[in-house]
Ligand binder design. Structure first.
Ligand code: GLP
Length: 621
């Protein structure tokens, strides 16, 4: 880190290319701590975290155990937290998480595992928490505390308002935290309201602290914790007061740090085209002035005088960026035939194009680019939508139940012989649903019914865009069918399925998402599979003519400077997009806020004032 960056970053941050690399480094550090202690017959005391963030780190530890003989016999662990009221065997308990993700795969003695007891009675909570603290003391304190960070900036479950010296205790979970856990618990109503957590004080007593964060969705909270004031509104910011805390970040999670976001404020920079666009749009927003009204003194007063020397004066630089932004706007996402395409985001030729839209889960495609799909079809391109996963994990039991009941009713009403099988099937489904209860794991039959629910919604939704059924493909990648949220294990079968469809469809354009997602999410996993599949098919002729456009669905939207193609929408087009999206009944209704926000941004920069815009970034490969 440069000393200039240190002015902003009050916690040392190391950013790695990706989470795997960061986890390898951390696992090596842990292994050396364990071995050092083994050499002097001492224990190593680790503070452990749950959530999707540490999963790849635990996989590294397991790898070191299996391949390099790293033993955990001398390790004592203390977990940060546990949901209050969840039985250890509950599929979402942190106890079970730790068993599945680490403990069952290494030689750590059970007696050396400590997790706050989520099942004590309310009367016993205080005492249990006090005992937990005492046990940590007795073990000699925590040598290394592993942390993730929640969207509220919490560490452990220390929600906003937690004091710097707070001890292990029971806490009420924040609404945002419960919303984030809703998918895992199959609905927010099932998410516990309380948890037991080590306090900020408990964490701060650890001799060393390593906080990990992956993906752009964590970028803003990471930047606040590292660069902002120390405040109990963001409990991770207390780590600024620790003398041996460190953040390990991937590129996405580090992207909002000043050194990456506004490097010209940190020191001298190499002004690339993208950086110039970023600086000018940032200045325009900061001063609340359209780009064309920025003055020389505005640049000079905001650390950009060298930019003026290279590309100024202001009016010249302003016009350059204004034009660049203007050229990103196009109502012809497949290229405009018979027109000069020098300043258009897409090539005019070939025309018509084969456009392939990859959706990690059903609804990603319409939420992010329903208007663009509409235009591509209207403008005569061949559009194929490929759903990479079935999305059945997002379907509630009630939808499967309704399906089974309709089937049963219908079959009973017919009473013909050939309806016997459906009646039996419906009965079995209802039985399976009752047997597993709200938290049980879906068996294959239930998952396949839920896939069908999702399929029919997808077909309905895409019918709104006049997309023929022969252009809708359901890939049902195996990693998803055999996995569950945030704990997927993709493999070669997934890659080859993706290679096959790419080779079969030979697209001129691919639309894909996931580059900014948490790597453990469905979109994150799919994006990495896509990268591998593109690399494996790199020599095929169709790739010479293929451009990939990235879109954002659930992730943090693109910043204005990241947008290479902005497809504008009229109020009518937005309305019909929202109607199409609403066919996906399993998810929250879309209000079009994201599309409107991008349009507003363009307007504020001094460009045309559209109702809504769908944004894309060209993939560099
Ligand atoms: C929960 C856990 C935290 C974790 C956070 C983030 O709130 N109690 O310890 O850091 O989730 O979860 P994830 O890593 O899945 O983003």
């Amino acid at each position: 880190m440069t000393s200039e960056a240190e002015q902003f970053e009050k916690i040392p941050c190391i950013s790695y290319e990706n989470s795997s690399e960061a986890c390898r480094v951390l696992a090596v550090e842990v292994a050396s701590l364990i071995r050092q202690r083994q050499a002097s017959s001492k224990h190593a005391v680790l503070g452990l975290a749950t959530g999707s963030t540490p999963v790849p780190f635990y996989r590294e530890l397991i790898h070191l155990h299996k391949k390099e003989g790293l033993s955990f016999q001398n390790v004592i662990t203390f977990n940060l937290d546990e949901y209050f009221g969840l039985e250890p065997q509950h599929r979402e308990s942190y106890y079970r998480f730790m068993r599945e993700q680490l403990f069952d795969h290494v030689d750590l003695p059970d007696s050396q595992i400590n997790i706050p007891p989520g099942t004590v009675s309310r009367e016993q909570v205080f005492r249990a928490c006090r005992d937990y603290e005492a046990k940590i003391e007795e073990a000699g304190g925590i040598d290394l505390q592993i942390l993730g960070i929640g969207r509220t900036g919490h560490i452990g479950f220390n929600e906003p308002g937690s004091a710097q010296d707070s001890p292990t205790r029971m806490i009420t979970l924040d609404k945002v935290t419960r919303e984030d856990a809703a998918r895992d618990f199959l609905g927010i109503d099932h998410v516990p309201r309380f948890a037991l957590t080590m306090g900020v004080g408990t964490i701060m007593r650890a001799r060393r602290i390593a906080l990990m964060a992956w993906g752009e969705n964590k970028a803003d909270i990471v930047a606040k914790a590292v660069e902002g004031e120390v405040t109990d509104a963001i409990s991770a910011s207390f780590l600024q007061l620790h003398d041996n805390a460190q953040f390990l970040l991937d590129a996405g999670a580090a992207s909002s740090l000043t050194r990456n976001q506004h490097p010209w404020l940190v020191g001298s920079v190499d002004w690339t085209d993208e950086l110039i666009r970023r600086a000018v749009t940032w200045l325009s927003r900061k001063l609340n002035k359209p780009v064309l009204k920025l003055l020389d003194e505005d640049y000079n007063e905001h650390g950009m005088s060298d930019l003026l020397t290279d590309c100024g004066p202001a009016y010249q630089l302003n016009i350059r960026i204004f034009n660049e932004l203007q050229h990103t706007i196009s109502g012809w996402p497949g290229g405009k035939p018979d027109e000069d395409d020098r300043y258009r985001p897409e090539r005019a030729l070939p025309f018509h194009k084969r456009s392939l839209i990859l959706a990690p889960e059903p609804s990603d495609e319409l939420r992010a680019m329903g208007g663009t799909i509409d235009r591509l079809i209207e403008q005569g391109h061949t559009v194929d939508v490929v759903f990479l996963t079935s999305g059945n994990l997002g379907v509630g039991d009630d939808a499967a139940e309704r399906f089974a009941e309709v089937l049963k009713e219908l079959a009973n009403a017919q009473s013909a012989e050939n309806w016997e099988a459906p009646v039996r099937y419906a009965g079995q489904l209802l039985g399976d649903l009752a047997a597993k209860g709200p938290f049980g794991q879906d068996n294959t039959t239930l998952r396949s019914i839920k896939s069908l629910v999702r399929r029919s919604e997808a077909r309905h939704a895409l019918r709104n865009c006049n997309l023929g059924e022969e252009h809708i493909h359901f890939l049902e990648l195996p990693f998803y069918e055999s996995g569950r949220y945030r704990r997927f294990k993709p493999g070669d079968n997934d890659v080859s399925a993706l290679c096959d469809i790419l080779t079969k469809l030979e697209p001129h354009q691919v639309y894909m998402t996931g580059s900014a997602s948490d790597p453990s999410s469905v979109a994150g996993v799919c994006y990495r599979l896509f990268q591998t599949a593109m690399a494996q098919t790199a020599k095929e002729a169709w790739q010479d003519e293929c451009w990939t456009w990235l879109y954002r669905s659930g992730e943090k939207p693109f910043a204005s400077y990241e947008i290479d193609m902005a497809v504008p929408m009229s109020p009518g087009q937005l309305k019909s997009k929202l109607t199409a999206v609403s066919q996906y009944t399993q998810e929250e209704k879309s209000t079009g806020a994201r599309e409107k926000a991008v349009a507003k941004y363009y307007d504020q920069l001094g460009l045309a004032d559209y109702e809504a815009i769908e944004a894309f970034r060209r993939w560099a490969g």
